[in-house]
Design a binder for this molecule. Structure first.
Ligand code: ADP
Length: 715
């Protein structure tokens, strides 16, 4: 192959120029030709150098428009990549050496140049310049490699790593377009992440299909892939992209870590064979470093995500256990899952014991109305499959799986891959949470574990809420029943009062002889009728009080009470019954001015009950009633008897509803209501009741009240 070496001869001395050109003519052969262009001034040389690319410049150091070293400096600046050989006179050798220091490759002494020497000098100068350029290029690339290493080591962010890579590639190869794709963990999808220096159009779109494209091939070959005439290559997935950019040559460099491709760095050139081996080598090194950085940043991402998820689980647990309300738990659960996995659709089904179905209770990221109708229509094919599996179940494509009952629904909502996790409490499955992805998704073991943990937390919360709900409903029913009962009791008691009053009225008429004189026996019998009816009336009154208390219908009516008067009234009320039993009732009358502010009717009711008990449970002796001022705020009523007494261990029980120490010993009609009513009234009036007793010797009932109470509804 013939070679042409183009020279620019800069020499004002026509004689010297002629000599050089003659010598060049001598050494030229048809196969190795030296051509020269002659300039007589430096300015002219600049013009020629701008037009033509020369292989070498022969430069005289004394020109009309430049002298000495200045000539070299200016020429080098004008054509930095062209080697220069200076030409000097015999006495200027020291200047020539200086010129070499400033960038000239060699020098020739005029008058001493023979042809062979000229030829050799030109060749060496050109080679030296080439070597120099190569070394500079190497240095530059080394520097780029160092730079990228440093830059990549300073970040764990994937995007930054890729940007640094493309920036450096662009710096060294500004003429090429570049792009980075990363492989999905399943190695089947390449995702376009970033590009430089090209019109990308809809570059981020991943096109699934048979034809996997250049990048896919490069990634799986795991070696650099060069494709010339790429626009017409049948393997191209996007010829229109190449055409739009005028790219004809493709270079794909797989990003490899541990012998695994994580992605591809692709370069595009506008001419064929654009990538030299050294460039490919350099780019491969760059790609290797970037691959490592991408790997590290993915590892880091993985750890970050794991930590975040751990935190999220903790938060979910907190949120779930903070409520006992099923709806709010389900809403919290869906919101938290959505936050963790924004791309998942979720359904929650719980077993309905009465309909024996897996009832859909909540869903997210799908058409809820559609889901509810589809769910009720189709039963629960995949839910049942999860229940049968007894643990997490993955279905890669619900739109195709025979276990899906309503595949149309799945299609309408774009649901593809499925993970179902049973909700289990005490070894029993009572529900299923379904996670659906909207693109085909392989659930990683970590995801399955995380979602199972989440489901087990949710299971406990949902179970508790269900229990709570059941309890609440049972309680409500019970409350209703009790209310009905107490209303009934009230109504009945009230209705009984009238006939008893009729009996009592008639008995009293008979006793008074209004219907004719009675003999002794008749009088005694009518007396029994009267006493019996009286007791019955009292029982009814107690029942009515109790019913009113139960219904909260006994508001306080506070008035000023003259205590002496109140005690006198009680004394006269009881005098006859005490006298009949042969018992004394001793009332310790307080001074005339003693007053308290309280509910007179209730206070009297309390004392009446206690006094009557004292009478009932005292066989002989006496009952005493006294009033005392305890301190500035409190007063006290004390009822003492010399009766049968109460065993110490039974004392706390006597205030319970229907409690009677020994019902078999009953001498009178009684129901165990009295003291319970007393206790409630005392509470309502902000008082306290206290009993001390000794069996066989008697009891002391002490009721303490505030001197003044305010009007308020009893609790
Ligand atoms: P009852 O209608 O049976 O009297 P109470 O609620 O008034 O119901 O009293 C509960 C029980 O407390 C009574 O059955 C009785 O055994 C006991 N008790 C109440 N007061 C006395 C008392 N002063 N002396 C002895 N036992 C009493």
């Amino acid at each position: 192959m013939s070679r042409v070496t183009k020279l620019l001869l800069v020499e004002d001395n026509q004689g010297d120029a002629g000599l050089v050109r003659a010598a060049l003519g001598e050494i030229s052969t048809p196969d190795d030709e030296f051509q020269s262009v002659h300039a007589v001034r430096l300015g002219q040389a600049f013009e020629y150098a701008a037009e033509t690319s020369f292989d070498l410049i022969l430069l005289d150091l004394s020109l009309p428009d430049a002298k000495g070293l200045d000539t070299v400096t200016r020429m080098t600046a004008a054509a930095p990549s062209v080697p220069i050989v200076v030409m000097t006179g015999m006495n200027d050798q020291s200047v020539a050496i200086e010129a070499m220091r400033m960038g000239a490759q060699d020098y020739l002494v005029k008058g001493q140049v023979d042809e062979a020497m000229l030829g050799r000098t030109i060749r060496y100068a050109i080679e030296r310049k080439k070597a120099e350029a190569e070394i500079n290029r190497q240095l530059e690339r080394q520097k780029v490699l160092n730079d990228i290493n440093r830059a990549i080591a300073s970040t764990l962010d994937l995007e930054s790593v890729i940007n640094i890579l493309l920036e450096k590639v662009g710096r060294v190869f500004p003429q090429f377009g570049s792009m980075v794709h990363l492989l999905s963990p399943q190695k089947d999808v390449l995702e376009a992440l970033a590009f430089r220096n090209l019109d990308a159009g809809s570059w981020q779109q991943t096109v699934p299909g048979e034809n996997k494209g250049f990048n896919y091939i490069a990634a799986h070959l795991k070696t650099p892939l060069i494709i010339n005439d790429a626009q017409n290559d049948p393997r191209s997935r996007r010829p229109e992209f190449l055409r739009r950019n005028d790219f004809v040559c493709y270079l794909g460099l797989p990003l490899i870590v541990n012998d695994e491709a994580v992605g591809v760095l692709a370069l595009f050139a506008k001419e064929n064979d654009a990538f030299a081996d050294v460039d490919i080598q350099f780019l491969s090194t760059l790609a290797g470093q970037a691959a490592l950085a991408i790997h590290n940043s993915r590892l880091f991402q993985g750890i970050k995500v794991a930590t975040e998820r751990q935190g999220a689980l903790y938060e979910i647990n907190l949120a779930l256990t903070s409520s006992l309300e099923l709806r709010s738990i389900l809403n919290t659960l869906l919101a938290k899952i959505d936050h963790l996995f924004p791309n998942f659709a979720v359904s929650i089904r719980l077993y309905n014991g009465s309909s024996r179905t897996w009832e859909g209770v909540a869903c997210s990221n799908m058409d809820e109305a559609d889901w509810r109708t589809a769910a009720s229509k189709s039963g629960s094919g995949i839910t049942q499959a999860v229940v049968d599996a007894g643990g997490p179940l993955v279905i890669p494509d619900t739109q195709l799986d025979p276990r899906t009952h309503d595949r149309d629904f799945q299609r309408r909502n774009g649901l593809v891959s499925y993970l179902g996790v049973p909700l289990i409490v005490k070894y029993e499955i009572f529900g299923v949470i379904g996670f659906f992805s909207k693109v085909r998704h392989e659930f990683s073991p970590q995801e399955v574990e995380l979602l199972s943990t989440l489901a087990s937390q949710a299971a406990i919360a949902i179970h508790n809420a269900q229990l709570y709900d059941r309890l609440k409903r049972a309680n409500e029913t019970l409350e209703q029943t009790l209310e009905v009962k107490s209303i009934l009791t009230g109504v009945m008691a009230h209705e009984l009062k009238t006939p008893i009053q009729v009996i009592m009225g008639t008995a009293s008429l008979l006793a008074e002889g209004m219907c004719g004189e009675l003999n002794q026996e008749q009088r005694e019998r009518i007396g029994k009728i009267e006493a019996g009816s009286e007791e019955m009336l009292q029982l009814i009154e107690s029942s009515l009080d109790m019913a009113r208390l139960e219904q909260g219908k006994m508001p306080l009516l506070v008035t000023e009470i003259r205590v002496r008067e109140l005690l006198a009234e009680l004394e006269s009320e009881f005098s006859e019954t005490f006298a009949k039993k042969g018992l004394a009732l001793e009332v310790n009358h307080p001074p005339l001015g003693s007053t308290i502010k309280s509910d007179r009717v209730k206070l009297k009711e309390i004392l009446r009950n206690i006094i009557d008990n004292a009478r009932k449970y005292t066989v002989q002796g006496k009952v005493s009633l006294e009033f005392a001022v305890k301190d500035a705020e409190r007063v006290e009523f004390v009822v003492k008897d010399t009766g049968i007494g109460i065993k110490a261990e039974l004392l706390p029980k006597i205030f319970e509803l229907f409690y009677q120490v020994d019902p078999s010993q009953k001498e009178h009609a009684s129901a165990g209501l009295g003291l319970n009513i007393v206790k409630r009234l005392v509470d309502a009036m902000s008082g306290e009741i206290d009993v001390t007793s000794e069996v066989g010797r008697g009891s002391v009932f002490r009721v303490t009240f505030p001197r003044e109470i305010s009007t308020h509804l009893p609790q």
